[in-house]
Design a binder for this molecule. Structure first.
Ligand SMILES: Nc1ncnc2c1ncn2[C@@H]1O[C@H](COP(=O)(O)OP(=O)(O)OP(=O)(O)O)[C@@H](O)[C@H]1O
Ligand SMILES: Cc1cn([C@H]2C[C@H](O)[C@@H](COP(=O)(O)O)O2)c(=O)[nH]c1=O
Length: 233
């Protein structure tokens, strides 16, 4: 565990519901734990990260190694300036994508060697791992339909343009990584409605972090019956 804080990531393809579920989980964990909750994302969780995001997703074409290095640079700066300081304050940090995205996209998708891609990110982050990673697993074609329906969605970015075979390799890479480390990963079938997914995510994340149902129940009771009203009939 990243004591004194908790570090949680959401992973999966584009449009699978990561930001929707991150927000809902953040609101719930703030109430449950009373801790500061920091919602962030990669790439683009910092001001420098937003510039790197624009370059890697909307800029000039580039080879897989340049792409991997830009994502790693974003991650290094994100961890140094935002994630680690927040964990040291005792916050719950929820990031929409982290290191596993690099292994899934740059190794699975772009077919760079997975060990090298992972080593690069471990070096960039000085070995900071998540406590829990939630994989929202969805058929890439279903996710693409969801994104197309989303209001205000512009044209496709560099990664979205990579094609169905690329996105199928990305999905398979996420599933393989999750299967290899079941203590860290929670795998959710993301085709269900938003509220059903959130209910399942809360149960699984609380269990992984050791936030037991007893704690959840006590929080609810405290909210329902404030101390000042105890004994009032
Ligand atoms: N369970 C769901 N069922 C149907 N639609 C959903 C579900 N969850 C999210 N959506 C919708 O799908 C779209 C993408 O959701 P969201 O932005 O949360 O996904 P994301 O994984 O963060 O996307 P991106 O990778 O593009 O940032 C939004 O329009 C959202 O309202
Ligand atoms: C962190 C990270 C991301 N990517 C890809 C995955 C997506 O195509 C975009 C990010 O956009 P989204 O709005 O968060 O879906 O970048 C990647 O290839 N490698 C990475 O390490």
């Amino acid at each position: 565990m990243n004591a004194p804080g908790y570090f949680i990531s959401f992973e999966g393809g584009e449009g699978v519901g990561k930001s929707t579920q991150s927000r809902l989980l953040g609101d719930w964990l703030a109430g449950l734990t009373g801790r500061e909750v920091v919602l962030t994302r990669e790439p683009g969780g910092t001001a420098l990260g937003q510039e790197l995001r624009a370059a890697v997703m909307h800029g000039q074409d580039m080879g897989p190694r340049a792409e991997a290095l830009i994502y790693a640079a974003d991650r290094a700066h994100h961890v140094d300036t935002l994630v680690r300081p927040a964990l040291e304050r005792g916050a719950v940090v929820i990031t929409d994508r982290y290191l596993d995205s690099s292994v899934a996209y740059q190794a699975g998708g772009r077919e760079l060697p997975a060990r090298e891609v992972e080593r690069l990110s471990r070096w960039a982050t000085r070995g900071l791992s998540t406590d829990v990673t939630v994989l929202l697993d969805l058929d890439p074609e279903v996710a693409a339909e969801r994104r197309a329906r989303a209001e205000g969605k512009g044209g496709l970015d560099r990664l979205e343009r990579a094609g169905i075979e690329f996105h199928t390799r990305v999905r398979d890479a996420f599933l393989q990584r999750a299967a290899a480390d079941p203590e860290r990963w929670v795998v959710i079938d993301a085709s269900a409605p938003v509220d059903d997914l959130q209910a399942q995510i809360r149960v699984d994340v609380a269990a992984r972090l050791g936030l037991t149902p007893v704690v959840a129940e006590a929080t609810t009771l405290d909210e329902t019956v404030p101390d000042s009203q105890e004994g009032v009939s």
